[in-house]
Design a protein around this ligand. Structure first.
Ligand code: FAD
Length: 339
């Protein structure tokens, strides 16, 4: 496939086959990459088998000017119906090692976050219990500074190692990562996370286990589980939280819980989730995002921004409300009719 930029994906794949021992798939179905099960196809998907292979992959793609997108478990990504004219670089299970030295732990970015947290529970190392139910990789979690109960993974990070988009290695200390609510300098500087060092406090494994079971039970009760989704769609703004409440409550109050557009629905269980009920398209999801955002703004004066990110066909990644404002302007009426 000839990409719109650069020398073409086929040439990059020929080069990558010489250095990558992990999976290389042409014409990858993005519905299998995103937890929303939405999206067209990507020119290719590459899964490096080591940090060295990941750096080499990014170097080749940058040299060839082939559009590339680094993903983990796709639990925060909305791919476009038109697909992605480039290469998905998945930092997955092959980069999944953990080693412990007292209260510090080194872990690779492809590790599934709940698995990491369970392992910490076994070690009796406390700090990340809040992340037990987050279905992403450690790399995605660190990049997003994800967490729950108003906590973020960044609080336990000592250092992060990885590379830039050209494959050049970096190491950043906790302070240099500049962690803040659902963000960090890793995002603003467009860096790829390959490994991190964490520090924890010791705690009784049995009480950690009890806390994690309670957190999981609470999430099971509150969040939709059987329909594809990407977690909370909108970020919680502290000022809005204090005066109006969290995004889910605000969306519910303007009467949009259960609203359907095409195959997408504002969850009947939790209004800050959009679920794929029947072959939803990215346009359906963007339409609902636009509708919820404008209706809540009309009612409260607050603009809710998205945590979920939209991937455009050229690889441009941005908070989904920005794409929604561009592409879904004509759809709200259809959504209202459908509700
Ligand atoms: C049911 C459900 C519940 C959720 N609950 C929560 C929650 O409680 N708290 C929360 O914070 N999030 C939650 N999420 C959202 C999501 O799981 C997190 O944002 C998670 O950290 C994303 O990880 P990922 O590996 O899936 O990243 P992806 O979705 O694959 O990617 C997300 C972003 O991270 C980037 N990225 C991924 N891996 C790397 C890497 N190695 N280096 C650099 N950049 C990378 C991608 O380019 C993209 O910009 C939930 C999602 C679901 C589906």
């Amino acid at each position: 496939m000839q990409s719109s930029r650069g020398v073409g994906v086929s040439w990059s794949l020929t080069r990558l086959r010489r250095i990558v021992t992990g999976r290389i798939e042409e014409g990858a179905d993005l519905r299998l990459v995103s937890r929303w099960r939405i999206g067209g196809s990507a020119a290719a998907l590459v899964e490096p088998a080591s940090a060295v292979e990941a750096r080499g992959t990014l170097a080749v793609l940058a040299e060839d000017c082939t559009p590339a997108l680094v993903v983990g478990n796709g639990s925060n990504l909305l791919f476009d119906d038109a697909g992605f004219d480039g290469v998905i670089v998945r930092i997955g299970r092959s980069l999944g090692s953990i080693s412990r030295d007292g209260r510090t732990v080194r872990a690779e970015a492809g590790l599934f976050a709940p698995r990491f947290v369970r392992e910490l529970g076994r070690f009796g190392l406390s700090g990340l219990e809040h992340a037990i139910g987050i279905p992403g990789t450690l790399g995605g979690l660190i990049y997003m500074n994800g967490g729950s109960q108003r906590k973020g993974v960044g609080s336990n990070i000592v250092a992060v190692r990885g590379c830039d988009r050209s494959g050049r290695a970096f190491e950043r200390s906790h302070a240099e990562c500049g962690f803040h609510y659902r963000g960090s300098s890793l995002q603003s500087d467009d860096l790829v996370v390959l490994e991190a060092d964490f520090a924890f406090v010791e705690r009784d494994p049995a009480s950690m286990r009890r806390e994690m079971i309670a957190i999981l039970a609470d999430r099971q009760r509150k969040f939709p589980k059987n329909l594809p989704n990407c977690g909370s769609v909108f970020l919680s703004d502290p000022l809005m939280y204090r005066t109006v409440g969290p995004p889910g409550a605000a969306i519910e109050r303007v009467g949009l819980k259960g609203t359907r557009l095409g195959g997408a629905e504002i969850s009947t269980l939790h209004a800050n989730f959009i679920v794929n009920v029947a072959g939803a398209s990215s346009r359906d999801v963007l339409g609902l995002i636009h509708l919820a955002r404008t209706r809540v703004h009309d009612a409260t004066g607050f603009w809710m921004d998205c945590e979920v990110r939209h991937v455009a066909p050229d690889g441009r990644l941005r908070p989904a409300h920005e794409a929604a404002a561009e592409t879904a302007v004509s759809r709200p009426r259809a959504a209202e009719a459908a509700s």
